[in-house]
Write a protein that binds this ligand. Structure first.
Ligand SMILES: Cc1ncc(COP(=O)(O)O)c(C=O)c1O
Length: 494
């Protein structure tokens, strides 16, 4: 029998893979070691980035893999923003654990389709174990859950489970389905409401208190009034760590309101849920244990490389009710006492990659205590920054929750009306941020609270240390002074 007559351009011998792989791993190792001495970003414009890439058409013929990998590595190492840099503290994007990069390589090499158990026996079981461990880590009594691409998707799954559980048998007989969330809720909620049939007008925005936490007194009143008016309150969303300032909604109080009114309680813990692993976590955060569904993001505070989100649900049946179909073209039924999980029945995706591996290996590499230590250290760094800000006379501290610190540059001697002062400080701090984000020395982002434009550092980065916080203060003040000299109303440059 003759075999292997076929030539496939994408095939690669073991020998070639080994040679290319060693070269690539060598370069990645050098890159990781060099991170602190690189700029966080080159700050290049889109035109400049496109010029590096070139605009040629799809090549007709293939090219040698070693040249291509060298080129791709040069492009990425030379022209990326590095969220693994110790001075990256923007948005909520973490440094990625190097073991996660190795895990992704291994996962891609085996390439299990984690949609059906038969197609992915070991990877499906690793995912099930990962889900159990995540639930245990944050103290959520989950019967089930699954890994998804990130926070938006994890929240969508909770939303869909709630909608299915709360939908009446006869939709025509029902009033309007309503969703309750605070104004500080991440924009996933508008997308979910639009995508999943209730419409964004179905969101009842609940006001927040002065610490950006959902006001439960108003929530209770709103639900009661809506019920009286014949509407169908569907779910309440509590946030465990808001995207802007890291505020934690009063989850235990929300839980008891939901219980009293018999409404689904979903917690968006995309950012903050993992901090519930700390024994000293506040009871408001630990209150996530009372939710019906919980979203959390291993690609945020568990340092998994993008992408990895997770939905946990109290009752497995709720996911099956929302997502399970048994098409004739699948032969996935197992005749065993404890049928294994086919993940396509628990969520939106059908074919699924093996994103559990990087999470599972990260959890095992650090262990519970290692995870707790890294999260605790991140929070400690953010508090240290708040202290430095408080001590500096040209900086004003605002909020400090979890690992987020907000503040702004306020130069001395401003002689303007209050409204003009606020307007000028907003412009000045916005310009500081623009300069800082393009400069490459450090990277933070912003929050707008009560119409004030604030600088915002979020530490989900196990490489960030005290000296990086000290450097950040120096950079902000340096930019602030330079820009103030030019921009201050009445100055030469203004
Ligand atoms: C509270 C919260 N929810 C949801 C998200 C969306 O997560 P992702 O960007 O992973 O989709 C974020 C992102 O920062 C977030 O902070």
């Amino acid at each position: 029998m003759t075999r292997k007559q076929r030539h496939a351009p994408l095939e690669m011998s073991g020998e070639e893979f080994r040679r290319l792989g060693y070269q690539l791993v060598d370069r990645i190792a050098g890159f990781l070691d060099s991170l602190p001495s690189r700029p966080v970003t080159t700050g290049e414009t889109p035109e400049e980035i496109r010029a590096h890439l070139g605009e040629g058409p799809l090549p007709d013929a293939g090219a040698p893999a070693d040249a291509l990998l060298t080129e791709a590595t040069d492009l990425l190492f030379g022209h990326s923003l590095f969220n693994g840099h110790p001075r990256f503290m923007g948005y909520i994007t973490s440094s990625a654990a190097p073991i996660g990069a190795l895990a992704d390589l291994l996962a891609a090499a085996v390439n299990p389709n984690s949609g059906g158990w038969n197609l992915s026996p070991m990877s499906s079981e690793i995912e099930a174990q990962t889900v159990r461990w995540l639930a245990d880590l944050v103290g959520f009594p989950a019967e089930s859950g699954l890994l998804v691409s990130g926070g938006n998707m994890a929240n969508f799954i909770g939303f869909l489970a709630a909608r299915r559980a709360g939908s009446p048998e006869d939709p025509g007989a029902a009033g309007r389905q309503l969703v309750y969330a605070s104004r500080e809720t991440h924009t996933w909620v508008q997308k979910a409401a639009d995508l999943f049939g209730v419409g964004s007008e179905a969101i009842r925005w609940v006001k927040t208190d002065e610490a950006q936490r959902l006001r439960t007194d108003l929530l209770d009143e709103m639900i009661t009034a809506d019920r009286k008016a014949g509407h169908l309150p569907l779910m309440v969303i509590g946030t465990a760590g808001t995207v802007a300032t890291g505020a934690i909604d009063p989850l235990p109080e929300i839980a008891s309101i939901c219980k009293r009114h018999d409404i689904w309680f979903h917690v968006d813990g995309a950012y903050g849920a993992l901090a519930a692993a700390l024994p000293e976590a506040p009871s408001d955060l630990k209150g996530l244990a009372a939710a019906d569904s919980l979203a959390l993001d291993p690609h945020k505070w568990l340092y998994a490389p993008l992408e990895a989100g997770c939905t946990l649900v109290r009752k497995r049946q709720h996911l099956l009710d929302a997502f399970a179909y048994r098409p004739s073209y699948y032969n996935f039924d197992a005749d065993v006492a404890e049928p294994p999980t086919n993940y396509y029945e628990l969520g939106l995706q059908n074919s699924r990659g093996f994103r559990a591996l990087k999470v599972w290996l990260g959890l095992r590499r650090a262990g519970r205590q290692g995870i707790i230590q890294m999260i605790r250290d991140d929070m400690e760094m953010a508090r240290y920054l708040a202290k430095l800000v408080q001590e500096h006379e040209e900086l004003a501290a605002h909020d400090q929750h979890l690992s987020i610190t907000t503040f702004r540059f306020e130069p001395a001697g401003l002689d303007l009306e209050p409204a003009a002062t606020e307007k000028y400080l907003n412009e000045l701090n916005s310009e500081i941020l623009n300069r800082l984000q393009a400069g490459g020395e450090a990277y933070i982002s912003n929050a707008v609270i009560d119409d004030q434009f604030l600088l915002r550092a979020c530490v989900v980065n196990f490489r960030t240390d005290r000296e990086d916080m000290e450097a950040l203060v120096e950079i902000v003040v340096r930019y602030g002074r330079e820009l103030d000299a030019k921009m201050r109303p009445g100055s030469e440059g203004s």
